[in-house]
Design a protein around this ligand. Structure first.
Ligand SMILES: Cc1ncc(COP(=O)(O)O)c(C=O)c1O
Length: 377
């Protein structure tokens, strides 16, 4: 066989999925493994959302839709972005894709030329760098301040004439921290002064506990150079539905639409009706899930601090990010092999010396995990 794509062979497989697979294999062998390595709410999709999808199927909503996605859903997203996020979002500048991950890839494909640099703020979610690579761009990593996980002007050292985009995620996977207004203002100034596109991944927006979410696209004229990414997976426990969306300036949306037209066409028509029910229906389900995550957050952070681990500010998402002494890869591997607790090494997120623990698991499971970690020394 002739040599396969060099572009793809240089991309690392997803570290989070690899660890989850290893934990799954150990479970299949009959071992009592606790999996705290994956970023998936442990709740079922709320019933009114599932019902809307079933009704859509029964009413024959099984045909092609507009390639930017169902108009009713784009209108619901537009209303949400206007009323909750203060972004002047037109339905024509919104694309519904197969998950936020798909929206991010489309954004990269649409914006990047070979040699364009994309600054990724670390610790960073595992799929940003591969998305840049697959689109032919070059990733430039820049670390947030490791004490408070905020941005500072050391980012200026990473700007070059080739910088096209800055990617950030608040609340953050993996740290759980939230960018404050100083960080957002700094990022706004850096983007505006250097003609850079901001890609703001806001997928954990609804899981923020004491602070308030601010979309960078709502600050001044930033909506003119921001691609806002969001979706349904985390807020509405809809990971398997594969439903996400982007809002971007018209020129970028047009380019992203071409990518969508020639790849996925659009997400499943009936799934998009579920998305309409999620956004237009009661938001009590979101509040209930958030309350439960908050209870677990308080327990887990408190328990980890008590046994001596320093943790990043856990303001949002459903992750505790803890400082470890020594090699995080080895520590995670030891915890899995010996304590049967699956976690994710910070190295997977460009943050060696840290470990991510997901609290998308029941309280009893978390208590047992902490007990095992403590006993493993
Ligand atoms: C930071 C971040 N962005 C995007 C995604 C992708 O979400 P989706 O399921 O909508 O593709 C995830 C999922 O883990 C995530 O953690």
């Amino acid at each position: 066989m002739k040599k396969l794509s060099e572009k793809i062979s240089s991309i690392a497989p997803s570290a989070t999925i690899e660890i989850a697979d290893k934990a799954r294999k150990m479970k299949a062998q009959g071992l009592d493994v606790i999996s705290l390595s994956i970023g998936e709410p442990d709740f079922d999709t709320p019933a009114h959302i599932t019902k809307a999808c079933i009704e859509a199927l029964e009413c024959g909503k099984t045909h092609y839709e507009a390639s930017q996605g169902l108009l009713e859903l784009r209108e619901a997203v537009s209303d949400k972005l206007k009323s909750e996020n203060n972004i002047p979002a037109k339905a024509t500048d919104i694309i519904i894709a197969c998950g936020a991950k798909n929206s991010i890839s489309e954004a990269m494909e649409a914006c990047l030329n070979p040699g364009d640099e994309v600054i990724i703020l670390d610790p960073s979610w595992v799929s940003y760098e591969p998305a840049v690579q697959m689109a032919g761009g070059i990733s430039v990593h820049h670390s947030l301040n490791r004490d408070n996980f905020q941005a500072d002007d050391t980012i200026l050292e990473k700007i070059s004439k080739n910088t096209k985009m800055i990617v950030f995620n608040s609340p953050s996977n993996p740290t759980g921290s939230v960018l404050n207004s100083d960080s957002l203002t700094l990022l706004k100034d850096v983007c505006e002064d250097n003609d850079i596109i901001a890609l703001s991944d806001e997928i954990y927006e609804k899981l923020i506990y004491e602070k308030k979410h601010v979309s960078i696209a709502s600050i001044g004229d930033m909506h003119e150079r921001t691609i806002t990414i969001n979706g349904f997976s985390k807020a509405y426990a809809m990971t398997g539905w594969r439903l996400g969306y982007s809002h971007a300036p018209e020129e970028i949306t047009k380019a992203m639409t071409k990518v969508q037209q020639h790849t996925i066409s659009h997400p499943a028509s009936f799934a998009m009706w579920g998305g309409v029910a999620a956004l237009r229906g009661s938001q009590n389900c979101v509040l209930e899930m958030r309350e439960e995550f908050d209870r677990r957050r308080k327990f887990l952070i408190g328990a980890l601090n008590k046994i001596g681990y320093k943790t990043a500010p856990a303001d949002g998402a459903f992750y505790a990010f803890l400082r470890v002494d020594g090699d995080d890869m080895k520590i995670c591997s030891d915890w899995l092999e010996n304590a049967h607790v699956a976690t994710t090494p910070g190295t997977a997120f460009n943050a060696p010396g840290w470990v991510r623990i997901s609290y998308a698991a029941g309280m009893d499971t978390l208590k047992e995990a902490v007990r095992r970690i403590e006993n493993s020394g």
